[in-house]
Write a protein that binds this ligand. Structure first.
Ligand SMILES: *[C@@H]1O[C@H](CO)[C@@H](O)[C@H](O)[C@H]1NC(C)=O
Ligand SMILES: *[C@@H]1O[C@H](CO)[C@@H](O)[C@H](O)[C@H]1NC(C)=O
Ligand SMILES: *[C@@H]1O[C@H](CO)[C@@H](O)[C@H](O)[C@H]1NC(C)=O
Ligand SMILES: *[C@@H]1O[C@H](CO)[C@@H](O)[C@H](O)[C@H]1NC(C)=O
Ligand SMILES: *[C@@H]1O[C@H](CO)[C@@H](O)[C@H](O)[C@H]1NC(C)=O
Length: 452
């Protein structure tokens, strides 16, 4: 029921912001200790030259081998001074910090021909965009513990244009490389950096736990294909905060493999917090899926500001995915100039092959969306569950998208729903009957802000 005025909602919005800003700033600290390394080496000691032209592959690989060889208690910091360091791909090692000084840039070589390949991820069964293996990420870590990538706002530059063009011209042989990928790793911090022009996804923690990503800027052109910001994938205990992300695809997308491969591996993404994200993209602000075959649960997204988006919130799965999407909370989301505010749908994304089980249906249950303010939202909501397997516990409260625009495009039916149950309170424009009929209200613990 719509029982409060707009001004009240806005007051409440401001109160929440103010109260949280003043004396209750939640942070990721504590999840992974920020270590003070006992040893320190510089890329310059290994022949590194930051002139933007010299290829520094040997220097990076030698420096990191040295860290591995030293096995110093407390780990070693690799210092990258100001300058532009061109290099091919390199692997990190455990107990190290990669530190980019102010004005330090680590720049990816554009030699796509000699870019190394690695095996497909078991949860994907093939490369995400091409069959077979995949190009290794520019900066890679597998089976590591206690790794920090940080600095004074240095830049990791992917020079992705050459890859985007191969995608556009359909000449890619294998799946494009991520900018930074950690596999099977734990205790990872990525902070105080700028990521630019990734060939594909920017930051991809997969089969990881205890990962903090903080104070990071991620930039790629709006028309760059598949340049997702951060994709936590079959990973748990992840905390992401204080980000500015402007790319060509989803800003943050939580995943867990797809179809028979993800189902067989069965590793969910869980315990993930995403907070204080500002950004812009033609796709989604926050996405869950569409790869959810290992399951996605216990996700909190709060204090997010989105501008010029395709979708604000996009929860997506497909026939054959299996898995689940459970206990997802969105709180305090502002969106402006957005095509679809909230979309929850069961018919999104493609398949690795035709071996998927059409009876493998994702369970989508317990999605709480509270305190959303949308301006110039073309269409507030689309929620389409599976026929015979509805999405349940879809709970919306204090969602205001009254300011639809442009006025000429205003839809008569601002919420489109099918095969969904749940409840809505304080939602405007008034949502579909599936969410407003009192019978289902028991599925939702709605936000306690209610005036009677
Ligand atoms: C880190 O270690 C250095 C050298 O031992 C010391 O000077 C500095 O205060 C330490 N910093 C922190 C945050 O512990
Ligand atoms: C980096 O690690 C991958 C596997 O994780 C391995 O295939 C590759 O050979 C390593 N590259 C170097 C230069 O050591
Ligand atoms: C780091 O970069 C961001 C984005 O460019 C900027 O807003 C911030 O002020 C920078 N911080 C420092 C310490 O330079
Ligand atoms: C985030 O960046 C700002 C300025 O760029 C800096 O003052 C602050 O200490 C950083 N926060 C963390 C947790 O490093
Ligand atoms: C998620 O967090 C809960 C509560 O803190 C904890 O009990 C659970 O073990 C965590 N799950 C994983 C996979 O780490």
């Amino acid at each position: 029921m719509w029982r409060f005025g707009l001004s009240l909602i806005i007051c409440f919005h401001l109160w929440m912001k103010c109260c949280i800003g003043a004396d209750h700033v939640e942070t990721c600290s504590g999840i992974v200790p920020m270590r003070n390394r006992s040893g320190r080496i510089s890329i310059a000691d290994f022949g590194g030259v930051g002139n933007g032209e010299t290829l520094n592959t040997k220097a990076f690989r030698a420096a990191i081998n040295e860290i591995e060889r030293l096995k110093r208690v407390g780990g070693t910091l690799l210092y990258i001074p100001a300058g532009v360091y061109l290099t091919e791909t390199f692997n990190l090692t455990s107990h190290m910090t990669l530190f980019l000084a102010k004005d330090a840039v680590i720049k990816a070589s554009q030699d796509t021909i000699n870019w190394p390949l690695v095996n497909p991820l078991p949860t994907y069964g093939r490369g995400r965009e091409r069959p077979g293996g995949r190009y290794i990420s520019f900066i890679h870590g597998d089976g590591l513990q206690d790794v920090i990538i940080t600095g004074e706002n240095g830049t990791i530059e992917g020079q992705g244009a050459v890859w985007w063009n191969m995608w556009r011209q359909r000449t890619l042989k294998f799946t494009r490389p991520n900018l930074v990928e950690f596999m099977n790793s734990k205790e990872i911090i990525i902070s105080n950096l700028i990521f630019k022009n990734s060939p594909f996804w920017n930051i991809h923690p997969v089969y990881c736990s205890n990962v903090v990503i903080q104070n990071v800027t991620i930039l790629a052109p709006r028309d760059s294909p598949n340049t997702d910001g951060i994709d936590p994938d079959s990973s748990s205990n992840i905390c992401i905060e204080d980000l500015y992300v402007s790319t060509g695809d989803d800003l943050v997308a939580v995943k867990s493999g797809w179809d028979e491969y993800g189902i067989a591996y069965g590793r969910p993404s869980s315990n993930i917090t995403i907070r204080r994200l500002t950004g812009s993209s033609p796709f989604a602000g926050i996405a869950i899926g569409s790869e959810v075959s290992g399951g996605v649960q216990n996700i909190l997204v709060e204090h997010v500001n989105l501008y010029n988006m395709g979708f604000g919130i996009h929860i997506k799965t497909n026939i054959g995915r299996g898995g689940f999407i459970k206990n997802i909370t969105f709180f305090d989301i502002y969106m402006e100039n957005v095509r679809t505010g909230i979309r929850i749908a069961g018919n999104v994304g493609d398949h690795p092959d035709d071996k998927f089980d059409p009876n493998a249906i994702s369970v989508v249950k317990g999605i709480n969306i509270t305190l959303v303010l949308g301006k110039k939202v073309l269409q507030p909501g689309m929620i389409h569950g599976f026929k015979g397997c509805p999405f349940t516990g879809i709970c919306l409260s204090n969602v205001n998208m009254n300011d639809q625009a442009p006025v000429g495009n205003r839809r008569n039916d601002p919420w489109q729903c099918s095969d969904v149950t749940g409840a809505a309170i304080g939602v405007s424009p008034l949502p579909c009957a599936e969410l407003t009929s009192a019978a289902q209200a028991g599925e939702c613990v709605l936000f306690p802000f209610e005036l009677d």
